[in-house]
Design a protein around this ligand. Structure first.
Ligand SMILES: Cc1cc2nc3c(=O)[nH]c(=O)nc-3n(C[C@H](O)[C@H](O)[C@H](O)COP(=O)(O)OP(=O)(O)OC[C@H]3O[C@@H](n4cnc5c(N)ncnc54)[C@H](O)[C@@H]3O)c2cc1C
Length: 395
């Protein structure tokens, strides 16, 4: 059997690995010229931990994880206002938590192809998919700018992220499925030895209203920054003018010298996108199926997109891998959706709940957040936070 996977993000690479190890021939088409270096720190917990242990990916992830001791909120002078201990966060999240840089996670998934399936899986970078269609009992895929490059397969997997082009072509335009949560997020990595030395082993977050900047020191002299902000016109509405960098400089002025320094070094076009979920009535149509953010983005507010991308892809591999005849494909894809949808919907509900408190809208809400964090060790409050974080009370 043969599959084409569009997108070599975490979901695409894990799907390819699992199908390859089940004996499928897999072509992965990725528009970036090489693995994307840009990214942010991610908390990796929940279903992806269990799935990555089961498929043997976990040791590769653990090997590149960062050691985080605490998430610390600070005021504009850099003084801590509240802090959440990471062992406690791990307990609230139900067990193991790894702190991973997005590109490290993707590189681990790429390297893991060698464990099981390298001969059967080909990853082509610099291959932006422009058109997908069905013909003669096959799915077909054309690559932009290469009229002669066309791929045919039994199954097409759209793992091309929240702005999926496969989804737009097979299921309908993005506007039908994208649910903005009222804010934008930006992320970038800079080289800054002084800040790096100052903030080792902890997430530092500004305790600010309507916006939040966070930073984390990486190995070498780098610092990973991420910024979340509410938009006056709504996240899909009119953007304030200028390049993304100019916009960030305007939005995040006055949050202290560490943030000022990050903004000085910010690249002109950092990652900067709407914070949103993808909500769809169906994830498979004919021989096409979506996985990861393409069908079920939960948003950074749920803090589980990467985890769910891995777990969903592993499940898709479990269900589709054993298929040996064309007639079995549609029931396998339906089975994948039947089993995976409840997990995604639960995480999406947690993400929507978090949207109301993630960025305090006034001083009272900020005081409430400080109080919740300071009392987070108390029974009852810990369950409230766990519900915010993972969608259900950690057992
Ligand atoms: C700021 C921020 C913080 C986050 N924090 C966390 C966290 O703490 N924990 C967590 O678990 N998750 C977090 N997430 C979410 C997580 O990053 C995503 O859910 C996850 O990366 C989704 O993986 P994916 O493989 O589905 O999609 P993506 O990573 O988006 O990969 C899609 C791939 O498809 C490629 N592609 C797109 N179009 C085409 C095309 N036409 N042709 C070929 N290739 C194409 C893209 O280049 C990309 O490589 C965060 C997200 C953001 C933005």
């Amino acid at each position: 059997m043969k599959a084409v996977v569009v997108g070599a993000g975490i979901a695409g690479l894990v799907t390819a690995r699992q199908l390859g190890s089940a004996g499928w021939d897999v072509e992965v088409l990725e528009k970036s010229a090489a693995p994307r270096p840009d990214g942010y720190m991610m908390d990796f917990f929940g279903p992806g931990v269990e799935a990555s242990e089961r498929i043997g990916l976990y040791p590769r992830l653990a090997a590149v994880a960062y050691h985080v001791e605490a998430a610390e909120y600070v005021d504009a002078t850099g003084h801590p206002t509240s802090s959440l201990d990471y062992d406690q966060f791990a307990r609230l999240a139900g067990g193991k938590v790894l702190s991973l840089l997005r590109p490290d996670m993707e590189r681990a998934a790429l390297a893991a192809l060698d464990d099981v399936a390298s001969a059967r899986v080909r990853v082509r970078y610099g291959a932006p998919v422009s058109r997908v269609w069905s013909e003669d009992d096959e799915v077909r895929v054309a690559v932009d700018g290469s009229p002669d490059v066309m791929f045919a397969a039994d199954v097409l997997v759209g793992a091309d992220g929240i702005h999926s082009g496969v989804r737009a072509q097979v299921f309908g335009p993005e506007v039908e499925y994208l649910r903005p949560l009222g804010m934008r997020a930006a992320a970038f990595i800079v080289t800054e030895p002084l800040l790096n030395a100052r903030f080792r082993n902890r997430f530092v977050l500004t305790d600010s209203i309507d916006r939040m900047a966070g930073l984390y020191s990486l190995r070498s002299d780098e610092v990973a920054a991420f910024m979340v902000y509410r938009e006056a016109a709504g996240a899909t509405g009119r953007l304030s003018s200028g390049s993304p960098r100019e916009r960030l400089r305007r939005e995040f002025a006055g949050l202290g010298n560490a943030v000022d320094r990050l903004l000085e070094l910010c690249p002109e076009h950092p990652y900067d996108d709407v914070v949103a979920q993808i909500v769809m009535p169906g994830w498979q149509r004919g021989r096409t199926v979506l996985v990861g953010d393409a069908c079920g983005a939960v948003s950074l507010l749920a803090g589980q997109g990467g985890s769910l991308a891995i777990a969903g892809a592993a499940l898709l591999g479990d269900v589709l891998g054993p298929v040996t005849a064309l007639e079995e494909i549609s029931s396998a894809l339906a089975e994948f959706e039947r089993r995976w949808r409840p997990v995604v919907e639960e995480a999406q509900a947690a993400g929507r709940r978090a949207a109301s408190s993630f960025l305090p809208a006034n001083r009272t809400q900020r005081l409430l957040r400080r109080w919740i964090i300071r009392t987070s060790h108390l029974p009852g409050i810990d369950r409230l936070i766990a519900r915010q974080i993972v969608g259900r009370v950690a057992k």
